[in-house]
Ligand binder design. Structure first.
Ligand SMILES: [Fe+2]
Length: 269
């Protein structure tokens, strides 16, 4: 597909590709998420630059989930895209790879790295319905993040999306009070990057399809610049947590999740 993009950009210099959803997934599934449109300008540089940008983004390692930072998921009537709550999301279906059936999940999980060396953290919070005040029970939350080297490490026994998300992932389900928590190590940024440390998160409400929300980010991360903060869409509410070291050596951060908040195609009732 990348070669096709390059060739197309050269052969049709007055056309440009445009995609919806995560740009990497969009390019990999071009027919579903992308289309070609005629440039309003006669510039031949624009399509070439776009093609180059696509190539660069596709070659990024790691994130296999969200398209929120690069491509708008706002509805574009000029392109036929199958839509559901939250818009396109590559890898959100990994939530269904829970080793424990949803009905048997509980509100707490320890991710596989928690027993390993590194800064231990606990994230907890309450999930609320779209009214912002009613606790939401039975909401499944899937999280995954990089290891202490900044990689999504597959230890060789991962299956499905685990091959890309790595072994550090976990699932919880909110209790009757909407409460959830998970224990893990604080993730490390990608090697040789200034991308903030982050934990990817997907949620699944009982009566809706799964969708991603803003990643967990950390207030004291030096890479969490003003620019990075401004990029956040606040899907599900603010994902930035402030970690406070506890007497047991585990730093605790709180994040409440507001279902439907800034989520495309979320039903109004
Ligand atoms: Fe990532």
């Amino acid at each position: 597909m990348l070669l096709e993009l390059r060739i197309r950009a050269w052969v049709y210099p007055t056309q440009e590709p445009f995609c919806q959803g995560e740009i990497a997934s969009a390019v990999n599934d071009f027919d579903k998420f992308c289309a070609w449109r005629t440039l309003q300008t006669k510039s031949i540089m624009k399509p070439m630059l776009l093609a180059a940008a696509l190539v660069s983004l596709v070659q990024l390692e790691g994130c296999a989930q969200n398209g929120k930072k690069n491509v708008s998921t706002k509805k574009d009537n000029s392109n036929e895209v199958s839509r559901h709550v939250g818009g396109p999301c590559e890898g959100c279906e990994a939530i269904y790879e829970s080793p424990i059936a949803f009905e048997n999940l509980n509100q707490t999980d320890s991710l596989p790295d928690f027993a390993e060396p590194g800064p231990k953290i606990r994230i907890s919070g309450t999930v609320y319905r779209s009214d912002g005040k009613t606790p939401a029970k039975n909401v499944v939350i899937y999280v995954y993040h990089t290891d202490q080297t900044g990689h999504y490490t597959d230890r060789g026994d991962q299956k499905g999306w685990g091959k890309r998300h790595g072994y550090i992932r976990g699932w919880v389900k909110t209790d009757r009070n909407g409460f959830y928590e998970f224990y893990t190590l604080r993730p490390v940024s990608y090697p040789n990057s200034n991308i903030p440390q982050h934990i990817h998160v997907t949620v699944k409400e009982p009566d809706k399809n799964e969708y991603y929300i803003d990643e967990y980010l950390f207030e004291d991360d030096p890479f969490l610049t003003t620019s990075e903060r401004n990029k956040q869409e606040k899907r599900g509410g603010d994902g930035i947590v402030k970690l406070i070291l506890q007497s047991n050596g585990v730093a605790h951060g709180t994040r409440d999740i507001l279902l439907g908040k800034n989520i495309p195609a979320y039903p109004s009732n």
